[in-house]
Design a protein around this ligand. Structure first.
Ligand code: GLN
Length: 487
C-alpha cells in the first residue's frame, strides 16, 4: 500500500529504513499493473531504469548519504518533456519514435534529486486539448469514473497520480493543462510564474505561455517538487534569475488577515451551479479561518479565451514548423515529387486534426493583412488583462475561483465541438496570459466527481498561494480515493 502515500510520507519511511526504494518501486509497478489497463495513463513505462535507480538510492541509504526529499520517489513525466534515451512522443504520430539525446532541465533536476521515473504519460497531442482525447494513441480515463475524461492536456499525469500509479508527476500548462486535469482528477496541480521553471527540453507549444509544474497528492509535495525544479537556466533565456526560496516555508497553517479577492467573472455564466456552490463553501471556510473574502472584478478577463485562441495557435504554428520530416520524427512513405510535397504529406499524415486546426488558425492570424487585426489585437487584450491583475493584486493577496467550470465530462462528449472543449479553460487561461502563478486544490466532490479550487497569486509569489492552499488543506483534507470503475 506504499503507493497510496505522499512523497513526504515516503521520505520519512525511506530515511528511517522502514521501507526501501526498491520495495517502493516494486509496489508502484504492481499498482500500475493492476489498474493501468483501466486508466491508460502512460504512453511508456520505464520499469527497468526505475529499479536500477531505486537500487542506487538504497545504496545511498546504506552508506548514510544525505537523501534529498524526493530521492527514490516514483515519478511520472508528461510525454512532452525530453528524457534522454527514453521515447518522447508528445502523443503525436509525428514523434512516435523520437528518442531525445538529452533531458529537459526540469527532468534533469529531478534526476539530480534521484527520483525514480516510472514512465511517460499520455496527453493531448502537442498539449493541445482539455481531455487527453486528442492523444494520437488512446484516451486516458478518469480514475473517479472511467467513463469520464481526466482533463487535459496533462491528463495522463493527473490520472496517474490520482490512481496511485505514481507518487507525483510533472505536467505542462499553456492554458490550464496542469490545473484543469488536477481539478478533474482530485489532485493538486500548480502552474508556476512564467519563467520560474526552465522550458528547455519541453517540446514547445506556445512559448510565451508554456510552463512546467508539479501534479501532486498534497500541497506539501507540491512545494517540495517546486523547490527541486525551479531556477535560472542558461539554456532558457526566458527563465528568471530570482532569489532561491524554500517553498516549504509557505507550509504554515495561517491565513489570518489574508485578503482574498473573488473575481465575479469567474463565478458567472458557464460555471456549473454545483461547482459554484463548492467554491462558495470553500470561500466560507477561508473566512472562518480568518481570511478576508471580497468580490472583485477583472474587467477584461471575458476576452481572455478569445485572445488565447489567437496567441497560442499563432505561436504553435511557428513552433511546429520544425516538424517537416527532415531532421527528426516521422516522414511520409508515399512517393513524392519534391521537398514541398514531402513536407506536406509528412505533416498531413503526422499531425492529428486538432493540431492541424491550430496550425491553420495560427498561420491565418499571423498572415499579412490580418496580423494587426487578429494577433496584434489579441496582444493588446493580453496587456489589458495583465493590468487588471496588477490592479487586483494591489488590493488582494490572492484571487480565488473554480479551476474548471465543470467536473469531469464523459469521454466523447465534447470531441465534435472544439468551441465547447475550449470553454474548459475559461478559468485557467487568464493566469497564463498574465504569467502569474496559480494552483488547483481539491475542494470536494459533487456527484462523486472532484471539484478544484483555483488560487492565483502575484508573479513570483508562489509562497502566498501555497500558504493559502496549505491552510485550506489542513481544514479540508481530501481523504477520498477514486473508485476506479465506471458508475
Ligand atoms: N486546453 C488548452 C488548449 O487546448 C490548454 C492546453 C495547455 O495548457 N497545454 O490549448
Amino acid at each position: 500500500m506504499l503507493h497510496k502515500l505522499t512523497a513526504h510520507e515516503l521520505h520519512e519511511k525511506l530515511i528511517s529504513k522502514e521501507t526501501s526504494a526498491v520495495e517502493l518501486c516494486k509496489d508502484v509497478f504492481e499498482r500500475i499493473k493492476a489498474v493501468e489497463s483501466k486508466v491508460k495513463a502512460y504512453i511508456s513505462l520505464t520499469e527497468e531504469k526505475a529499479l536500477f535507480t531505486a537500487n542506487k538510492v538504497d545504496e545511498k541509504v546504506k552508506s548514510s548519504e544525505n537523501l534529498s526529499p524526493l530521492a527514490g520517489i516514483p515519478t511520472a513525466i508528461k510525454d512532452n518533456m525530453c528524457t534522454k534515451g527514453v521515447k518522447t512522443t508528445c502523443a503525436s504520430k509525428i514523434l512516435k519514435n523520437f528518442v531525445p539525446v538529452y533531458s529537459s532541465t526540469a527532468v534533469e533536476k529531478l534526476f539530480n534529486e534521484n527520483i525514480v521515473m516510472t514512465g511517460k504519460t499520455n496527453m493531448d497531442e502537442f498539449a493541445m486539448g482539455s481531455s487527453t482525447e486528442n492523444s494520437s494513441f488512446w484516451p486516458t480515463s478518469n480514475p473517479w469514473d472511467l467513463r469520464t475524461v481526466p482533463g487535459g492536456s496533462s491528463g495522463g499525469s493527473a490520472a496517474a497520480v490520482a490512481a496511485d500509479e505514481a507518487i507525483f508527476a510533472l505536467g505542462s500548462d499553456t492554458g490550464g493543462s496542469i490545473r484543469q486535469p488536477a481539478s478533474l482528477c482530485g489532485v493538486v496541480g500548480m502552474k508556476p510564474t512564467y519563467g520560474l521553471v526552465s522550458r528547455y527540453g519541453l517540446v514547445a507549444f506556445a512559448s510565451s505561455l508554456d510552463q512546467i509544474g508539479p501534479i501532486t497528492k498534497d500541497v506539501t509535495d507540491c512545494a517540495l517538487v517546486l523547490n527541486a525544479i525551479c531556477g535560472k537556466d542558461p539554456m532558457d533565456s526566458t527563465s528568471l534569475n530570482t532569489k532561491t526560496l524554500d517553498y516549504t516555508e509557505a507550509l504554515v497553517n495561517d491565513v489570518k488577515g489574508l485578503k482574498v479577492g473573488v473575481p465575479k467573472e469567474f463565478m458567472g455564466e458557464g460555471i456549473d451551479l454545483k461547482v459554484k456552490k463548492m467554491v462558495e463553501d470553500a470561500l466560507m471556510l477561508f473566512e472562518k479561518m480568518g481570511a478576508i473574502v471580497e468580490e472583485t472584478s477583472l474587467s477584461h478577463v471575458d476576452y481572455a479565451l478569445s485572445a488565447y485562441y489567437l496567441i497560442a495557435p499563432a505561436e504553435a504554428s511557428s513552433n511546429l514548423a520544425r516538424f517537416d520530416g527532415v531532421r527528426y520524427g516521422y516522414r511520409t512513405r508515399q512517393k513524392v515529387e519534391d521537398m514541398i510535397e514531402m513536407y506536406s504529406k509528412t505533416r498531413a499524415e503526422g499531425f492529428g486534426s486538432e493540431v492541424k486546426r491550430r496550425i491553420m488558425l495560427g498561420a491565418y492570424a499571423l498572415s499579412a493583412g490580418y496580423y494587426e487585426a487578429y494577433y496584434g489585437q489579441a496582444q493588446k487584450v493580453r496587456t489589458l488583462i495583465i493590468e487588471d491583475f496588477n490592479k487586483a493584486f494591489e488590493k488582494y493577496d490572492v484571487l480565488v475561483s473554480p479551476t474548471s467550470p465543470t467536473v469531469a465530462f464523459k469521454i466523447g462528449e465534447k470531441v465534435e465541438d472544439p468551441l465547447k472543449m475550449y470553454m474548459s479553460d475559461v478559468c485557467t487561461i487568464p493566469a497564463n496570459l498574465a504569467g502569474i502563478p496559480a494552483i488547483s486544490i481539491p475542494c470536494g466532490l459533487t456527484d462523486g466527481l472532484p471539484v478544484g479550487l483555483q488560487i492565483m497569486g502575484k508573479a513570483l509569489d508562489e509562497i502566498t498561494i501555497l500558504r493559502a492552499a496549505y491552510a485550506f488543506e489542513q481544514e479540508f483534507w481530501f481523504k477520498e480515493k477514486p473508485a476506479l470503475f465506471g458508475r
